[in-house]
Design a protein around this ligand. Structure first.
Ligand SMILES: Nc1ncnc2c1ncn2[C@@H]1O[C@H](COP(=O)(O)OP(=O)(O)OP(=O)(O)O)[C@@H](O)[C@H]1O
Ligand SMILES: [Mg+2]
Length: 252
């Protein structure tokens, strides 16, 4: 199953990506987490201390796999060796970091996005294998359809105006791309009235609500990740895992 997390900045994409990776790992799944945010945080949240060279900095490899034709990069589809070569592993959990090439003047045809899309398209997974992608905030990856190969796209939203607007924009783009299995997950939903509001807003696309947990803030403050966090958000994320397994028809 290939799952991507999207949404406005700061809504909880990385925290929930990390916790869902840990929930699947706990159940014996083979997990590959991909940090596709140019400002990556998954290694910190998963308490992986090794330095990870982002894929985008593998310029030789990108040059070898990506050939520039006009303003775009075309790619040799040979991509399946990348996780083996570039993921770091912790207790069976593999993490790859995409990074970013930020050239002066933009450069919207970045090879790392093409590599990511190819990687997501060509990775063939067995039934107990999971790829979890923590996307960059906003809608850029929808513009490039990087998310198209995913089995499930989860748009994290908070019951706040700005977050709702981004979520609606994402849902509209997903519809235009004819993407199926795009769902909304509420995060930091304080009470039943906020949940009801989100359910009304998103109808059948609303999957479930996650509560605020102050422990996350204190962990951030103490510089601790989420590896051994077993608080109430983890229990709720395990329920999210169960719902995803149901949706994809994979039972454990
Ligand atoms: N349910 C929650 N309860 C309490 N704090 C939370 C919760 N979810 C996320 N947070 C906190 O909110 C902050 C932002 O979360 P996170 O970094 O996961 O969001 P993000 O969507 O990945 O942000 P960015 O767009 O910057 O990558 C973090 O300090 C995190 O600890
Ligand atoms: Mg993040």
């Amino acid at each position: 199953m290939k799952i991507a997390f999207c949404g406005k900045g700061g809504v909880g994409k990385s925290s929930i990506s990390a916790l869902l990776s840990l929930a699947f790992l706990e159940e014996g799944y083979r997990v590959l987490a991909i940090d596709a945010d140019p400002s990556p945080h998954l290694a910190r949240l998963l308490e992986i201390p090794q330095e990870i060279v982002p894929l985008a900095e593998m310029t030789e490899l990108l040059a070898e796999r990506a050939q520039k034709s006009g303003p775009y990069y075309t790619l040799n589809p040979k991509i399946d060796d990348l996780p083996e070569k570039f993921a770091v592993t912790k207790n069976g959990l593999r993490l790859m970091v995409l990074g970013a090439i930020r050239t002066a003047g933009g450069g919207c045809a970045c090879p790392e996005q093409t590599v990511l899309k190819r990687l997501l398209t060509y990775l063939i997974l067995s039934s107990r294998e999971i790829v979890i992608v923590d996307m960059e905030a906003g809608v850029e990856h929808f513009g490039r359809a990087t998310v198209a190969p995913m089995d499930v796209i989860l748009v994290i939203t908070q019951p706040l105006r700005g977050s709702l607007e981004t979520t609606k924009q994402i849902l509209k783009m997903a519809e235009e791309l004819n993407l199926k299995k795009v769902f909304v997950v509420g995060n930091r939903v304080k009470d039943p009235s906020q949940e009801e509001f989100l359910r009304k807003e998103f109808g059948g696309l609303y999957l479930l609500s996650l509560s605020p947990d102050d422990e996350l803030e204190s962990r951030e403050f103490e510089g601790k990740g989420l590896w051994d966090y077993r608080g109430k958000l983890f229990t709720q994320v395990k329920e999210l895992k169960r719902r995803l397994q149901e949706l994809i028809g994979e039972t454990s």
